[in-house]
Design a protein around this ligand. Structure first.
Ligand code: SF4
Ligand code: SF4
Length: 278
């Protein structure tokens, strides 16, 4: 049987919540036993949209991370469940049996991603099923993937090198969400927000005019990146490692170069970097 996977491109997510709404529409008050019992009106977010605020005014960023169950290969929810109440299908989907899981609240607490929700009325844990009932009926995609207007969600056969998801995984830098949890998720990500460094280059003899075309080099953590300041004098380095020391060198013909040392404990705004005429 094919291994099926989901790839989430955070750089394409606009935070529109269409995936969340489609999931709610599919599962609220609908019984898909033995895949899932009806979802209650409140308190369940099988597809969450995590808002990540980064940086500071005047150069903040807002990112959105769609977060369903990650259908882990080493799933703590399976380990903690009694009577095989949570199981892994040959296609990779991790399913909570709504009958066997009754009264097993430990399944909620076992998930390090906090994507399992307790149904108080039915006394069962519930979560994303990867729309297994739809796919088993012959549908090609989960509801959330169908509903995404920006193409941030790609679903398909991981064993078929020609599938869209396999092609994307071959082209892009793929990463796990919180790899330190050690659960080997099968839902993978592109573009999980990291650290960024921004600044604005200004010439001391031409204040009020932006210094376009300055060469900026960032070096550290085993990488060397280069960029140019834009027509506003602004520059940016994105996707940097956390808690890493970097040197930033700013150069412009006719001006003394500047070297700045930073560590990415947080995102860094270098502010105005004033170059002096030589
Ligand atoms: S994300 Fe949580 S609920 Fe989903 S398989 Fe992994 S441990 Fe289980
Ligand atoms: S795959 Fe299906 S169950 Fe999972 S988040 Fe998407 S719509 Fe909801």
């Amino acid at each position: 049987m094919a291994r099926l996977g989901l790839l989430i491109d955070v750089t394409k997510c606009s935070g529109c919540h269409n995936c969340f709404l489609a999931c709610r529409d599919e599962y609220y008050d609908n019984d898909y036993s033995p895949y899932s019992a009806p979802q209650p009106l409140e308190g369940q977010f099988w597809m969450q949209i995590k808002e990540i605020e980064r940086g500071t005014y005047p150069k903040p960023k807002l990112d959105y991370i769609p977060l369903p169950c990650l259908h882990c290969e080493d799933a703590p929810c399976i380990d903690v469940a009694a009577d095989n109440a949570v199981y892994r299908r040959p296609d990779g989907f991790v399913i909570i049996d709504p009958v066997k899981a009754k009264d097993q609240k430990a399944i909620v607490n076992a998930c390090p991603y906090r994507v399992v929700f307790w149904n108080k009325e039915l006394q069962i844990p519930q979560k994303c099923t990867m729309c297994a009932h739809r796919l088993d009926e012959g549908e090609k995609q989960p509801r959330c993937v169908e509903a995404c207007p920006t193409g941030a969600l790609a679903f398909g056969d991981l064993d078929d090198p020609a599938s869209e998801i396999s092609q994307l995984m071959a082209q892009k830098k793929i990463e796990a969400y919180h790899p330190e949890y050690g659960t080997k998720p099968t839902v993978m990500y592109v573009g999980i927000p990291k650290r960024f460094v921004v600044g604005e280059v200004v010439r001391d003899d031409m204040r009020g005019e932006c210094a376009e075309g300055a060469s900026i080099t960032l070096e550290g953590g085993g990488v060397k990146l280069e960029t140019m300041s834009d027509s506003y004098g602004d520059f940016e380095f994105e996707g940097l490692e956390k808690n890493t020391a970097y040197s930033v060198k700013v150069q412009l013909a006719g001006y003394a170069p500047q070297m700045l040392e930073i560590t990415t404990h947080t995102d860094v705004n270098l502010g105005e970097i004033v170059l002096e005429r030589v």
